[in-house]
Design a protein around this ligand. Structure first.
Ligand code: AR6
Length: 178
């Protein structure tokens, strides 16, 4: 596990499963329908039970780069923040801007709900095909910039699903803070 301090907040990288996190909120890498899917999305709905989908249905979808919030259902977290990352084409379709937006809007919701801790998966790097190192640099930079200018969130944790993802984030973080 890697931990760095920014102002009074902690940014953490850990290898693990997002559905097991006890942070106030966890973030879901959803699609624009908000009606479920595979990957992290499937795992969250399976572990969290039907209440999450029930609330999602009432939201009427979510544009790419935006974020919405629901109950955490049966999960250990109070809230699930659903955000939609971009599908990666060639890097020339506003992918970087939309990915940063997905993180920024999720952090804005965390603040608006006065939550102290939030856990993110590596958005867009599975089914949506975003190259992991580029995505990690954008994710980390967006969170670091946010924590430098907002002091309300005490902990932002990245939960990376395997060792390779973890090591890629660790390298991207070193490059950003050196
Ligand atoms: N905990 C943490 N990370 C995970 C977990 C987990 N339980 N499961 C997978 N990952 P993906 P996307 C990692 O495909 O690329 C869905 O069908 C995974 O290894 O879940 O944003 C949605 O409905 C990868 O690095 O999300 C959308 O249609 C990362 O999480 C679409 O996939 C993201 O992979 C979204 O695609």
């Amino acid at each position: 596990m890697v931990k760095i301090t920014l102002n009074k907040s902690t940014l953490e990288l850990t290898e693990g499963n997002i559905t097991q996190q006890e942070t106030d909120a966890i973030v879901n890498a959803a699609n624009t329908s908000l009606l479920g899917g595979g990957g992290v999305d499937g795992a969250i709905h399976r572990a969290g039970g039907p209440k999450i989908l029930e609330e999602c249905r009432k939201l009427g979808g979510c544009p790419t780069g935006a974020a919405r919030i629901t109950t955490g259902g049966n999960l250990k977290t109070r809230y699930v923040i659903h955000t939609v990352g971009p599908v990666y084409h060639d890097g020339k379709h506003r992918e970087a801007e939309l990915l940063a937006s997905a993180y920024k809007n999720s952090l804005n919701l965390t603040s608006r709900y006065k939550l102290k801790s939030v856990a993110f998966p590596s958005i867009s790097t599975g089914a949506y095909g975003y190259p992991m190192h580029d995505a990690a640099a954008i994710a980390l930079k967006t969170v670091i910039d946010y924590l430098k200018t907002h002091t309300d969130i005490e902990l932002v944790r990245f939960v990376l699903f395997d060792q390779k993802a973890y090591q890629t984030y660790e390298k991207a973080l070193q490059e950003l803070i050196k």
